[in-house]
Design a protein around this ligand. Structure first.
Ligand code: CP
Length: 327
């Protein structure tokens, strides 16, 4: 079986293959009649132990448009709420003969564990603060469509780095696609050990958003700005800086947006969603002409169709895509 558990499973060639196929799937998405027979007879289970709007519905739509049978199970509505373990839950579903399990779970590493317990293909739809590989793929796809190749482009990722699985997956894909990356966050929202990680993987770090927006960080103007959600639900002890201080220091406010678009009208703004409007991103920025937020959502369907295709549509189409249980 092959899985997509981490962006580390995909080398640059495999990422390129998935993004190229996503372009074809995007054409399917634009058709009046969207259904293609590619995954007829296959069954995909979306097993979500954490809430989701975009990821779960786009995986379901992707599967349905490819003629797979798709079923949604949530933690709250399953026997997990009666105390059934994750291992028993996934082995129970696997025993029904399903082809793929798309899993979101609050524990980092949960999807890797599941991959060792089941015969089905496992796709990580977000595990704790670890990774969200299909988000990184759709982000790369969306940015490339507007900016062209990401080779040599400068991407700044701003916000709650400590809790972001999106940033961990994006760092791998963006570096593999040749982009320069600067991460920006207040000291309290930078994970420990990030300095060593930055030196090893070749990205820049900053606590000074305005400096980076003026061409600081790696010393070059930025081509894309990715704002991350402040993940209040993972901050049970409260968070610092306060929301007001956060917005003043790290929010993409109307003023910052105006300065940024004056310098570079072609800049693109991304946010994985859901957005805290007024906290990390102003309504002006979220709805600006430079905002790709809804393009990201749209790309999510095409990219997930591509991932399902490469994992499920046959041995010959899945070359180099995804990790293996053996590997
Ligand atoms: N970006 C993202 O994963 O959104 P959802 O939590 O709505 O799926």
């Amino acid at each position: 079986p092959r899985h997509l558990l981490s962006m580390a499973d995909l080398d640059a060639t495999a990422i390129r293959t998935i993004l190229d196929t996503a372009t074809q799937m995007h054409d399917v998405q634009k058709r009046e009649v969207k259904k293609i027979p590619t995954l007829r007879g296959r069954t995909i289970i979306n097993l979500f132990f954490e809430d989701s709007t975009r990821t779960r519905s786009s995986f379901e739509i992707a599967g349905k448009w490819m003629s797979a049978d798709t079923i949604n199970i949530t933690g709250k509505g399953s026997s997990a709420s009666k105390g059934e373990s994750l291992r028993d839950t996934v082995r129970t579903i696997d025993a029904m003969g399903v082809d793929a399990l798309v899993i979101r779970h609050g524990a980092s590493g949960a999807c890797h564990q599941v991959a060792g317990w089941v015969d089905a293909h496992v796709i990580n739809a977000g595990d704790g603060t670890h990774e969200h590989p299909t988000q990184a793929l759709l982000d790369a796809y969306t940015m490339e469509r507007r900016l062209g190749s990401l080779e040599g482009k400068h991407v700044a990722i701003v916000g709650d780095l400590t809790h972001s699985r999106v940033v961990r997956s994006n760092l791998i894909s963006l570096r593999r696609l040749g982009a320069d990356v600067t991460l920006v966050a207040p000291p309290t929202l930078m994970p420990s050990g990030i300095q060593t990680w930055a030196e090893r993987d070749g990205f820049a770090l900053s606590h000074d958003l305005d400096g980076v927006l003026q061409g600081g960080g790696s010393g070059r103007p930025i081509d894309a700005l990715m704002m991350l959600r402040v993940q209040k639900e993972r901050m049970s002890g409260g968070y610092f800086p306060t929301p007001r201080e956060y917005t003043v220091g790290y929010g993409l406010t109307r003023d910052r947006l105006a300065r940024l678009t004056d310098q570079n009208p072609e800049i693109v703004i991304c946010h994985p969603g859901p957005m805290n409007r007024g906290l990390e991103i102003s309504a002006d920025a979220a709805d600006a002409a430079q905002s790709l937020v809804l393009d990201q959502v749209s790309a999510g369907v095409a990219v997930r169709m591509s991932v399902l295709y490469h994992l499920l549509a046959g041995e010959e189409s899945a070359t180099n895509v995804g990790a293996t249980n053996e590997g």
